[in-house]
Design a protein around this ligand. Sequence first.
Ligand SMILES: NC(=O)c1ccc[n+]([C@@H]2O[C@H](COP(=O)([O-])OP(=O)(O)OC[C@H]3O[C@@H](n4cnc5c(N)ncnc54)[C@H](O)[C@@H]3O)[C@@H](O)[C@H]2O)c1
Length: 551
Amino acid sequence: MVTVGDPELAAAIAELRAALHVAGLRDGGDGTRADDPATADAVLLWTDRAPSPELVGQLLSTGRPVVLAGPTISSGAAEGGLLAASGVVPGAITPVHDIRVRAGRDGAALAAHVADHSHGRAAHLGGHTHVRDLVLQVDKTADDVHHLLVASVGLVEHPVATWRPATQVMTWTLGTRPEAVSARGATRLLLLALRRALELPAPPPVRVGLLGYGAIGHEHNRAVHAVDGLDLVAVCDSSPERLSAAARYAPDARAGTDAAALLAADDVDLVIVSTPPNGHAHWARAALAAGKHVVVEKPFAISTAEADAVLALAAQRGLVATVYQNRRFDPDHRAIRRAVRAGRVGDLFHLEAFVGGYGHPCNLWHSDADVSGGAFYDWGAHVLDQLLDLMPDPIEYVTAAEQKRVWLDVTNADHSRVTVRFADGAEATFIYSDLAAALKPRWYLLGSRGAIVGHWRTERVVARSDIGTLSEDVLAPADSPPLIDLHAADGSVTRLACPPAAPYRFHAELADTIRFGLPSTVDGSQSRRVLSVMEAATTSARDGGRPVVPR
Ligand SMILES: NC(=O)c1ccc[n+]([C@@H]2O[C@H](COP(=O)([O-])OP(=O)(O)OC[C@H]3O[C@@H](n4cnc5c(N)ncnc54)[C@H](O)[C@@H]3O)[C@@H](O)[C@H]2O)c1
């Protein structure tokens, strides 16, 4: 039941209804259920004006959970019976600020899910989620009120989510501003607190099958091992050597060479497809048809038609289909995203990204255009994903060019350039090159008030050899996160602190999405958009660089 004066807050709450639905908390709507709260399993009251005494009486007499959300308490709308039933005595309200929300004394079960990022220098804070909102300080709570989630004000902990079993009243005092409703982290917290209050049982861990155990297979193996809520049960690769490699790290997982058997297995809930790109869509559809959730490695597929078929089948079957866009969590990308979102460069209107060097391309399928999709698809699947995350505006058209001049023994282009033109006139270009004897910066962003440059690093791993001499391993530039400089209009330069890598964030979010319906940073439709740019770039390059509207 939503009655808030701020139209932006009302719009954000309206969008939240969809997230609740995905999480299995079906929205009864205001019209039908509000008039008759007795038919609802629980009622969320999100209001800045006092409900009628009749409605309050009705809400409290059903014995069903009632959630006092957003401004309901801080605006005074809950004065009287509802507030008394919550067992919360409200105090002062802070200004809007960056809040770190942590699990409270009764929220241990939530603790594993609230860490949505990592801090290099603030490990003492423990897992927490940042939310920008005001905090309703709580003077005291009744003894039987559970503190599920808390935030500190002046080093004093205040509950922002409480649950009182005796009265079945929950409070969620965040969500007073639109961004504190629509932020993914805030949505996750609310859903977790609701699940805890409604005593929804935790679903069992997701049982994972890995299909394809090549170079990236080990990373998925380690991630599944590290993440609570994912259990590896089976590995499939057509190569017995790769199965032996898998067995070294996952000796208990079943190993086999028959992909159809993996997909048919009753004890597999999720298939991670790490075969070469031209097989992704085929295996994803087969996994979904067999009733499994699916993650495909990047690139999503070779064509948008293939990706659409995967997404449509997933929607029809109510299953998750997503893509391992792990570079969305890279420290340099996250630092740049944070600076751009905070407005530190003003309006971002020009972006260039570069990856490459001078050298023979990889000899494996990566350089075979029929298998890989071509030069746009390998690094492009990562960098275009980052680029569209930074520039989410509608795309007007894509232009592209490829050069084939030196590495004639392979079919991928030696050098590729794709430029995305956005509806507001902004442009973003990505160059991948195996013919770049000189490197461009990894990142070059111009905004109306400043710029960001990402510099490649050439790092070395130095050790002694067995006979005591220097042993030096020089990393390829792309193997170290670049250094990120923010240039202000007055010429001053600030080196941005990059958040530490969050290695298994994708997998942790995936487990929460499948088990609890919580939103993830990455979803399949975003990767479909990336694919539409790579597909348009292929057409543009083939047709002499003409503008192509992505499908
Ligand atoms: N996200 C990343 O950072 C990242 C990094 C590397 C690779 N990748 C992607 O991962 C995918 C795989 O790349 P890779 O480098 O691991 O390739 P790879 O060639 O090393 O491994 C592919 C594996 O799939 C197996 N395979 C192929 N068809 C099979 C089938 N029908 N049944 C069973 N096994 C089969 C092969 O035997 C091989 O072991 C590609 O799409 C690539 O783009 C992503």
